[in-house]
Design a protein around this ligand. Structure first.
Ligand code: NAD
Length: 265
């Protein structure tokens, strides 16, 4: 028996990377999971792969195409999950984007693109999950993906840092508002995790002259990490499963750093 038996969960940004790994770790603990992503085709394949992994257990897995910046689509994703699982217990607001630019070259378009997905998407995600949790009588867990970039600013990714600082303050504000409904709002802040996101980030860094070759930025970050290496997905999922489980019931408004000692705050 897992720690999350029958809990109904949604994970956004679940077609790959951290979101996919978080969703799969929840399934391994007995939860039911809606994998949601902007890339509907890819996230449906993730759901299929997990159905096969669970010997065709169709009741535990579903998927949904969603743009987290669109409130109607977020509502439809929650309605789909409730139709499938009967309720919503845990919501991970994990979808995120980055698009490095030198600070002096940051454009309004770059700012809005990143702030919309990482900031507005997080706020809409909290609000709509909470609405469902309140409607079903209260209780529930909302978990947001922050970053080391939510604790200090980094060159070349200013809007990303601003958007992740926003995730921290949204977590705190929502925790205060939703405590009366027994809904907790927490988050986790990965350091550097080897995911597909870095393929594009590397290309962007080379384009703006901030790196000479793929992998260089990760190596430079790794040199600053007390653990001496970047994170694997396995380094992340123990904490995310904990945040979704009853073991974290007395926590709210907090962000857990999972960064190997990259930022000490
Ligand atoms: P990733 O790029 O591998 O995956 C992100 C997923 O989000 C993609 O599948 C993408 O399609 C989806 N997505 C993008 N825009 C969306 C939208 N509008 N609506 C719905 N889905 C959308 O990224 P990752 O590395 O797995 O990162 C996941 C989260 O972790 C992000 O919030 C990211 O900022 C954060 N994070 C990542 C790292 C890292 O080093 N990888 C470090 C700190 C924080």
């Amino acid at each position: 028996m897992g720690r999350l038996q029958q809990r109904a969960c949604i994970v956004t940004g679940a077609a790959q990377g951290i979101g996919r790994a978080v969703g799969e770790a929840l399934l391994d603990q007995g939860a039911r999971v809606c994998f949601a992503d902007l890339n509907g085709e890819k996230v449906a394949q993730v759901a299929d792969a997990n159905r096969s992994r669970l010997n065709g257990d169709n009741a535990a897995v579903t998927s949904c195409q969603v743009d987290v910046t669109d409130r109607e689509q977020v509502r439809a994703m929650i309605a789909h999950t409730v139709e499938k699982f009967g309720r919503l217990d845990v919501k991970f607001n994990n979808a995120g984007v980055n698009k490095p630019m030198n600070f002096m070259d940051v454009t309004e378009d770059n700012w809005h693109f990143i702030m919309d997905v990482n900031g507005l998407g997080c706020m809409i995600g909290i609000q709509e999950a909470a609405r469902q949790m309140i409607a079903q009588g209260g209780g529930g867990k909302i978990i947001n993906t922050a970053s080391v970039a939510s604790r200090q600013g980094y060159d070349n990714v200013a809007p990303y840092c601003a958007s992740k600082f926003a995730v921290v303050s949204l977590t705190q504000s929502a925790a205060r508002n939703l405590a009366k409904h027994d809904i907790t709002v927490t988050g986790f802040a990965p350091g550097v995790v080897a995911t597909e996101m870095w393929e594009q980030v590397d290309k962007d860094l080379m384009e703006i002259g901030a790196a000479e070759r793929p992998g260089q930025a990760m190596e430079e970050f790794a040199a600053e990490i007390l653990k001496g290496r970047v994170a694997t997905l396995h380094d992340i999922t123990g904490t995310t499963t904990f945040l979704a489980s009853p073991d974290s019931d007395y926590m709210t408004g907090q962000i857990i750093m999972i960064d190997g000692g990259m930022v000490l705050v």
